[in-house]
Design a protein around this ligand. Structure first.
Ligand code: PEP
Length: 250
């Protein structure tokens, strides 16, 4: 049995007080999903400290949406993995398509960020996914395969054993267009095979989350697929009811 995980990527949304209210509302409804489903919330940096306090001991883990590629020093505006870990943050989203697209993150950057995350005992949620034109030209497996080989293949077996992967087709993020459950399963199975080529049977245990306009109305069909182990949720993670509703969809 693999872990079942629903992670909420709040992106640059909510003011600190609103984020705290959202975290508290999720905690209040947390029981509805049952204990077998793991919930992770990933608020903006400015909210992390308060959200960690509000969720401690409540069965809701906290992740950040990014971390620096360097350890410390003269990197104005950056937040290090050590700073996040010191707050009680446990996870970090890395390689999100918005970071790749708007902030020029490459496999090289991401190799360094993952190394920083592991050095500070943060678990990376590593995002992969193809753009619309890459899918339409039939290159989606090649693109996702490269995103795995150029980064995940550099991990040690021990590091790999805790990794979470999120498949997020860029054309489905925030667009209301969800991949069909068949498209998701096909790619998730490909991801698992690609991971198994390097890490063998350990890939059977890797949680692979689907992300891209996932909501309570489509989560059940997606999560019913054998290689879909949960979701990385954007828009629908901003309301406790819909986030918990997705958590109830296994
Ligand atoms: C995301 O960006 O991680 C995401 C899945 O967004 P949405 O659910 O809004 O498509």
């Amino acid at each position: 049995m693999r872990r079942k995980i629903v992670a909420g990527n709040w992106k640059m949304n909510t003011l600190p007080a609103e984020g705290l209210e959202l975290a508290r509302a999720i905690v209040a409804k947390r029981r509805e999903t049952g204990p077998s489903v793991e919930l992770i919330v990933c608020p903006p940096f400015t909210h992390l400290s308060e959200v960690v306090k509000a969720t401690r001991g409540e069965g809701v883990a906290v992740g950040a949406q990014n971390c620096a590629a360097e350890e410390k020093g003269a990197y104005t505006g950056e937040v290090s993995a050590a700073m996040l870990a010191a707050l009680g943050v446990e996870y970090v989203i890395l390689g999100h398509s918005e970071r790749r697209e708007y902030y020029g993150e490459t496999s090289d950057t991401l190799n360094r960020k993952l190394a920083m995350a592991y050095a500070n005992r943060l678990v990376p949620i590593y995002c992969v996914g193809e753009k619309l034109e890459e899918r339409e030209s039939g290159r989606h497996f090649d693109v996702v395969g490269a995103q795995l080989r150029e980064v995940v293949y550099n991990l040690s077996p021990e590091q790999f054993s805790s990794l979470i992967v999120a498949y997020e087709p860029v054309w489905a993020i925030g667009t209301g267009k969800t991949a069909t459950s068949e498209q998701a399963q096909e790619m998730h199975a490909y991801i698992r095979r690609t991971l198994a080529e390097k890490f063998g049977a350990a890939a059977e245990h890797t949680p692979i989350l689907y992300g891209g306009s996932c909501k309570p109305s489509n989560a059940q069909e997606l999560f019913a697929k054998p290689d879909v182990d949960g979701g990385l949720i954007g828009g629908a993670a901003l309301e406790a009811d819909s986030f918990i509703g997705i958590g109830k969809s296994f």
